[in-house]
Structure formats: C-alpha cells, structure tokens
Design a protein around this ligand. Structure first.
Ligand code: CA
Length: 390
C-alpha cells in the first residue's frame, strides 16, 4: 500500500469512528517496572516461614546476616494476609490512591522478583539475582491498595526466571483491550534477535517466556504485532510495555531495530506510547554523564540510537554484545518513555482525556509518582495531544 492510500485509509477509519464513538470519563493507567523486592523485613521475619504459598522455600532464603537494614517500606501481603517481601510497590500505589486515582490497569513491566543477590544464576552461570517467588505476592500488593478495581497486567523481565507460577497465568504479551485504547506487552525474549532463537534451542537462554505464543524473538513477535495492528478497524492508541528498552547501551537488545521499525509503521495510523525499564543507570537522573538520561523520554520526531546488527560476507548475521555495539539511528513516530522503577520508588500514571466528548481520547497526561523528593521534582505533569484517532 502506498503512502497516499494508507493516509486515505486513516481518514476513512477516523470518519467511521467519529460517528460510532461515545463520550466517556477520563481513565488512567499506572505503569512501572523493576519491583525487585528485598528480603528485608520491618518487624516480622520471613525466615523459617515456609507456609507462604509458592513464595519462598527455606533453602532459598539468604542467611540472616546477609540482610540489609530495613528501609522505609510498606509491607507486602500474600492473599492469606501473611507478610511477605518488602518493596516500594504498595507505597507508590498508595500515593496514586491518595490522589483520588484508581487506575483501570496496573501495568508492571518485568523484574517482579524478590532480590536474590548473586546467589542465583542463569544457565550460563551468570548471576542474575533471581530467587524463587510467586506473582501472587505482586498481585496481593495491587489488591492491597485498589482491591479488584484495577486490572493487573505483568510482562516478563530478565529476572523473572524463577517465578513459581505457570508462565501463561502469571504473565502476558500481545494485545489487551482497554477503555478506548490498547495495551500491548513485549516479553524479554521478544526483544532478542532471531539468530538467538538458536541459542534458546541450545539452552543459552531458558527464560520462562520462551513458551510465549506471540513469539520468542523480535522478528516473530513484531511480525505478529503488525499483523494484529493491521487487523484493527480503529485507530485507538496503544500503550506498549517492554521490560527492555529500544535504545542502544547495554548490548542486550539486538531486536530493538526490528521493533523500532515495526512501531514506526504502526504509528502512521495511531498514537503509540512505548514504555520500558531494565536499564537501571537511568534511575540516577542527577548523573549528567549517563547517555541514558537523554533517552529518558523522547517524543515523535526525535531520533533514537537503537541496537541493530550487521550481515557478513557469508550472509551470516553479526551481533555484538559488548561496548562495540552496532547501531542505527531512527526517527521516532511514537512516544518513548521510561515507565519508572519501583526499586527506586517511582511509577507513572497515564491519564487519557476526551475534552471534545467525541468518544476518542484527545490528550494523554503523564504524571510521575515518586517516594523521594529528588524524583518527585521530575513529577511535573506533561501532556501530549493524541491526534491520530480523530
Ligand atoms: Ca475526543
């Protein structure tokens, strides 16, 4: 389809929506990544309590002396009311609730783990700090604040390998229908290059998401994404949650170029907001030297340097994982934003509004909720116009 026909299709779809849409009140989504719960306790030791459903086994707990001092943290509860891990999730969610906001969806983008330090390794022996844990403890925190009013969605991150839950019931990828928008989840393995699928077959990567029905590489997953987008008869916005970012820095997202082009193609007819976590160097926003600070938020029209790959003379794909990264510079058609790190006490609330009451969202306001004053200084709301559905 050439560009003119595509624009024509956009206009026709918009006209249909104008006559079928209905007005609805503002709606919000809470987004964050990287929960990284600690073994720390406030006043109720977890050690020895092996009755917590799917959450601990005594053999997986570190020695008491390994525990770091308690910080100002609210407790997390499992569905039976037992005190379990401690992290900032309930605290940040409580800030949102105190503001009178009950989000329609709580969207957490991976690394939902407890903190195992260096005690747990992946199949290559690399320490990934991923103890056994249950997603019920994460779910309990969301319910602790919002009850059943907020639907919780979790994408799979690089530290979630020892989740004791079945992958399909605990995590999601692909599309979820929201109130006048879509959510789209991308798992950790869906950001790798398809050459690495062979590595999965030989056991190089064994994350739980290798069973994901929406693909286990950027190539297969982004193809399914575009197939889904092209099947839609609307132009509603999409909130994309990927644990791994697109910008090149750590050498661990060789599928980023593939996804960037797919998201740009989809952005021709609809507004897309891409959210990410994983790269913790972005947490230190006062560190002017980090190259990631410039990638904290990008708007359509700005450029992003993404990790890519080469093809050698024999036609074989060349991937680089170290400092000698292979990159491409792409102009973004979509909004690119760090979701916030629960580890650091930061989350974001995205609020859609329909000022002209035509049943389509006109603006998206993004607000940070942060436990520390330093991060709160970045919480000034910013608003983008959602033009493409009209
Ligand atoms: Ca509107």
């Amino acid at each position: 389809m050439d560009a003119m026909n595509k624009n024509l299709m956009c206009i026709i779809l918009a006209a249909i929506l104008l006559f079928t849409g209905s007005a609805f009140a503002d709606t919000s989504i809470f987004v964050a990544t990287d929960r990284h719960a600690k073994y720390e306790t406030v006043n109720d030791p977890v050690e020895g309590n092996d009755s917590l459903p799917g959450n601990t086994s005594a053999g997986e707990l570190p020695h008491k002396n390994d525990r770091r001092p308690p910080k100002k943290q609210m407790p997390a509860y499992d569905p039976d009311g037992n005190l379990v891990w401690h992290n900032h999730l309930t605290e940040v969610l409580s800030l949102v609730s105190a503001d009178g906001i009950t989000p329609e969806i709580v969207l957490l983008g991976g690394d939902n783990v407890g903190d195992g330090g260096d005690k747990f390794t992946d199949v290559t022996g690399y320490p990934i700090g991923a103890p056994y844990f249950s997603m019920t403890s994460v779910d309990a925190q969301v319910k602790y604040v919002f009850g059943d009013a907020a639907k919780a969605l979790y994408t799979y991150g690089s530290h979630d390998i020892h989740s004791t839950d079945p992958y399909e019931s605990a995590f999601f990828s692909g599309p979820v229908v929201g109130n006048g928008y879509y959510i789209y989840g991308i798992t950790f393995s869906q950001m790798i290059h398809d050459t690495d699928e062979q590595a999965i077959a030989t056991g190089y990567y064994d994350g739980k998401d290798i069973v994901d029905r929406n693909g286990i590489s950027a190539q297969t997953a982004s193809h399914r994404f575009l197939t889904w987008v092209n099947s839609l008869d609307d132009r509603l916005p999409i909130i994309v949650m990927s644990h791994v970012p697109l910008h090149a820095n750590r050498g661990d997202n060789a599928g980023a170029w593939t996804w960037t082009r797919a998201l740009n193609a989809a952005s021709e007819c609809r507004d897309i907001i891409f959210l990410w976590g994983h790269n913790h160097t972005v947490e230190r926003r006062d560190d002017g030297k980090t190259i990631e600070r410039a990638n904290y938020r990008k708007l359509p029209g700005e450029t992003l340097i993404v990790q890519s790959w080469d093809v050698d003379e024999a036609g074989e794909t060349v991937l680089k994982r170290g400092d000698d990264l292979i990159t491409q510079t792409e102009t973004l058609g979509f909004i690119y934003m760090n979701a916030g790190y629960i580890t650091n006490g930061v989350g974001s609330v995205l609020t859609f509004s329909d000022e002209n009451e035509n049943g389509l969202w006109d603006h998206l306001a993004v607000r940070r909720y942060a436990l520390s004053e330093k991060e709160a200084a970045f919480s000034i709301p910013w608003v983008v116009e959602l033009r493409k559905a009209d």
